[in-house]
Design a protein around this ligand. Structure first.
Ligand code: NDP
Length: 444
């Protein structure tokens, strides 16, 4: 029995009822086998046993009062996973599906993603089962204030710096920042994704989507392909999806699908992003409304059939496990050459294997969607030096980071005998830096 396998069995036994966490740990540990064969010092220092156990997990009650005067109670949590290379950094997610297993899967992934960015940030994640959908601004504000009234004591610019994710956009970050500042009487860079007028960074909004396309573009160039002239299928219509669509379009691609949790649209002429931004960023409406303005487009109820639409490049940007084995087969059958993960773990393990066997280029989330957190690290730098960089400066830094990530993960894959396997390359490259820092810092 290998060292990685033993640790995985222990994780499954010690964390019952957390399948997403098991899936994330399995995916990483399995690909580390070639590295662990040569680095026996990791086993002697118990690196795997320690890295799968969060340094700290905080779970707390979030009471608030709704517009009808009724008391509501949600559950909040923050998992401070690993601080070997820097302060904990990772998003907060507000969604009814949130429970500890999801936050631990996201937090575990975040350790390696943050390491890949080349910036000094550790891994953390948090959130709540609160659903902002259908809630008034006042209700969202009262929830955010209550959430931060507990969270503030666990975070800080040199300790833990959360950001936004599903259900946590600029509005929620603003309310939480306001409450933190009020309690601490300190204006400091404790959250990223802030508004531009109070410490936010240009390009943060665009960063994950743009970064995804920058990295996939490097992968395509390396394989003598490009976005130019290609048909792209994107799922989701949130922050990541919108800006992935924008950058892919700028690089000459035609984006033909987008979705929300109710269904997807197909526009053979190429999706009109102005309409999507109006629907999703301004009016908070459903994507089905798109066909009112663009009657030649189609709306389909349900999301899974989105991958039956023929495309050259697929960018799943909605949520975890949204692209399964059947979808992978459909993509291959329709001639898809590349998949880039914008969302976290959107491709099931079965689908990843099918895509690999089908020789589809595959950019895993850990690397492909690291642009968001990389730009958050740039926001932290700007906050520290009390300066704001221009859009072009930040965008260039983001692009350089994504190009470097692609180079590092493809080289790591080659060095450890799995050339072209970017899943293994990303896991190995991200892991080595954190593991070596843990070795240097002793048994803590
Ligand atoms: P948003 O909340 O802005 O958008 C999420 C999108 O996915 C929405 O269109 C939403 O539809 C859709 N969606 C949510 N749940 C489901 C579901 N179960 N089935 C189908 N569609 C669904 O989130 P982001 O764009 O910020 O995040 C998307 C993904 O990218 C997440 O996995 C996130 O963890 C990851 N990510 C985000 C980063 C960022 O910087 N924002 C950074 C790195 C990763 P609806 O509106 O109907 O809910």
């Amino acid at each position: 029995m290998s060292y990685a396998y033993e640790v995985l069995q222990e994780v499954i036994a010690r964390n019952p009822g957390e399948p997403e966490f098991h899936q994330a740990v399995k995916e990483v540990l399995e690909t580390l086998e070639p590295l662990l064969k040569v680095r026996k010092d990791y086993q002697r220092a118990g690196i795997l046993e320690r890295i799968v156990e969060p340094e700290r997990q905080i779970i707390f009650r979030v009471p608030w009062v709704d517009d009808q005067g009724k008391v509501q109670v949600n559950r909040g949590c923050r998992v401070e996973f690993n601080s070997a290379i820097g302060a904990y950094k990772g998003v907060l997610r507000f969604h009814p599906s949130v429970y500890l297993g999801i936050i631990k899967f996201l937090g575990f992934e975040q350790i390696f993603k943050n390491s890949l960015t080349g910036t000094p940030i550790g891994g953390g994640k948090g959130g709540s089962d609160f659903n902002p959908k259908g809630r008034s601004d006042g209700e969202v504000m009262r929830f955010c204030q209550s959430f931060m009234t507990e969270l503030y004591r666990h975070i800080g610019p040199d300790t833990d710096v959360p950001a936004g994710d599903i259900g946590v956009g600029g509005r929620e970050i603003g309310y939480m920042f306001g409450q933190y500042k009020r309690i601490k009487n300190a204006f400091e860079g404790v959250l990223t994704g802030k508004g531009l007028i109070y410490g936010g960074s240009l390009v943060r909004k665009e960063a994950t989507g743009y970064g995804l396309v920058y990295l996939v573009n490097e992968m395509l160039i390396d394989n003598k392909r490009s976005f130019d002239g290609s048909t792209v299928s994107i799922s989701g219509s949130g922050n990541v999806a919108i800006y992935a669509a924008e950058k892919a379009t700028q690089l000459g691609a035609k984006v033909v699908t987008m979705s929300d949790s109710n269904g997807y649209i197909y526009d053979a002429d190429g999706i009109n992003l102005d309409t999507i931004k109006l629907l999703k960023e301004v009016n908070r409406e459903r994507i089905s409304e798109y066909i009112i303005k663009h009657p030649s487009a189609e709306y389909h109820q349900g999301c899974s059939a989105i991958w039956s639409v023929p495309c050259d490049i697929a960018l799943p940007c909605a949520t975890q496990n949204e692209l399964d084995g059947e979808s992978a087969k459909l993509l291959i059958g329709n001639g898809c050459i590349a998949v880039g993960e914008g969302a976290n773990m959107p491709t099931t393990p079965e689908a990843v294997n099918i895509l690999k066997e089908g020789k589809v280029l595959f950019a895993p989330a850990k690397a492909a969607n690291a642009g968001g957190v990389a730009t958050s690290a740039l926001e932290m730098s700007q906050n520290s030096i009390r300066l704001s960089w221009s859009f072009e400066e930040v965008d260039q830094k983001l692009k350089d980071i994504m190009v470097d990530i692609y180079k590092n993960i493809s080289e790591a894959a080659k060095e450890y005998g799995c050339e072209g396997d970017l899943v293994a390359g990303a896991n190995i490259a991200g892991f080595i830096k954190v593991a070596d820092a843990m070795l240097a810092q002793g048994i803590v």
